[in-house]
Design a protein around this ligand. Sequence first.
Ligand SMILES: Nc1nc2c(c(=O)[nH]1)N[C@@H](CN(C=O)c1ccc(C(=O)N[C@@H](CCC(=O)O)C(=O)O)cc1)CN2
Ligand code: GAR
Length: 286
Amino acid sequence: MEAQSLLSQFPSNSTKPLLQTPRESFSVNFSKSQKLDSLKTRYCVKLASQRVRAEKRLVCRNSVGRDVLSPQEEEDSLIRVQRKKLAVFVSGGGSNFRSIHEAAVRGSVYGCGGAEHARNNGIPVIVFPKTSNVPEGLSSTDLVAALRRYEVDFILLAGYLKLIPVELIRAYQRSILNIHPSLLPAFGGKGYYGMKVHRAVIASGARYSGPTIHFVDEHYDTGRILAQRVVPVLANDTAEELAARVLHEEHRLYVEVTEALCEDRIVWREDGVPIIRSRENPKEYC
Ligand SMILES: Nc1nc2c(c(=O)[nH]1)N[C@@H](CN(C=O)c1ccc(C(=O)N[C@@H](CCC(=O)O)C(=O)O)cc1)CN2
Ligand SMILES: NCC(=O)N[C@@H]1O[C@H](COP(=O)([O-])[O-])[C@@H](O)[C@H]1O
């Protein structure tokens, strides 16, 4: 498959390519029929960010101590925050990618199912890495160089099923997030992906589950936890019913986290735990 470019158009005014990988390497994975049915093509999609809402500088306290600004003060208090460029690594349907992209189109995320969704929205794709089936692909080293060249700030794994190599981890320290469909550290690690996670949760008798978003380190699902949401596990739940309940929360949580990421509202505690500062009140944390 020839290299094409894949990038959000808001407000990027230059089309920069993104990456596509075949099965045996990493990056974004879209199930796509190929001449070799088992071959899965993977892509990395990149979303450019936009001007983001920043913290209010001037505040007037009302009777309940809430920050109140006049429309003019609201406008005046907006500070431009550094725009963010995001690369999204996706396996399977890419529903989390689509949620994030749709939020970006709505304007709530400032900062891309799979390749088709990306292409249908004018987001360009690059082939990665070089293999016998995909000779035009990039090497892992080239992946890092390409991400740097396109000034990618953050990488979002969203249903992605391959281990991110340490080369990329080192190049993007504290800048790669992953969403996992259980309350880590429970039901995580090698072998825990997709429906396998939900089946294990139900078999365990756990009464609660939910998505976890964490920073990515060199092992599966052991990076610092950033955000979680809890959903009930019902006594007669099938794995599919639980998966749907968790996925619904995933879509909401990943959009909220991506908004915080693009608004520089993720801070690191002294003990190394990342936390999200409230958009409404910088003194509060989510
Ligand atoms: N360096 C990291 N890479 C990745 C992480 C991570 O935390 N650190 N998270 C995974 C996503 N993930 C869970 O959230 C996950 C994905 C896949 C597996 C797994 O066991 N995969 C199988 C292969 C599956 C396949 O190719 O179809 C395996 O490695 O045997 C566990 C957890 C993304 N990358
Ligand atoms: N361990 C990784 C893992 O299991 N990821 C899970 O894959 C599903 C499909 O995501 P998608 O619809 O965004 O492609 C999602 O539930 C995601 O949490």
